[in-house]
Design a protein around this ligand. Sequence first.
Ligand code: PEP
Length: 250
Amino acid sequence: MALKKLVAGNWKMHGLSADLAEVEAIASEAQRYPAVDVALCVPSILIERAARAVPGFPIGGQDVHHAEKGAHTGCTSALMLLDAGAVLTIVGHSERRDAQRESDAEVKAKATAALSVGLSVILCVGESLDVREQGGAIETVTAQLDRSLPDSLEGEAELAIAYEPIWAIGTGKIPTMPEIAEMHAAIRATLRGRFGAAGEQVRILYGGSVKASNAGEIFGIRDVDGALVGGASLTAADFIPIVAAGAAAS
Ligand code: PEP
């Protein structure tokens, strides 16, 4: 049976107090599409105010430190995210893997730390353009996933995977539909290999230049269980049509 779709927004380093009105608009309009789970991952400094502004609507972080606490200047622990009102977090986004040199082992530790306190996780993987052009995308992404996955899926919090080809993020370019289908099938096989039947229940999101005009086609692909959306999640006007496409494909 198809999994309920999850459409999550990643606001990256966008969002001031004035933008809380947009969070409210998204949360309010998302209620029209109960067939889809909707969430927004906002800058950490906005989490508490966003969570207070839209009680019951899932607000998430964009990163988490793997340690419980300690001498880690500028970092945010899983318990801190939870304490601020977050219910999920992204880990391993390619912008962090690149700019902060995050390794697969660190991503695994972050996912494990978040899940252990009850925060759901969207774990990102994806290949560079070079790797895609050289024909190594499937092998690279499944190996990256294998090294980044937590050891177990026990507990209440949910793990989701976001397949985000690095070259598709913020560029307006996307893989072909068969390429997305092939990658999602390979990710599903990896999850099944690691977690057995539980691996069938892990949602696999596609991310990279999703917008209203391409969301319907992407959501129609087998094993695409939702989307992680960057630029088009910043306003209700852009984001809600993507949620609607998710509902239509459900
Ligand atoms: C992202 O940052 O996770 C993302 C998918 O960005 P965009 O939708 O802007 O390509």
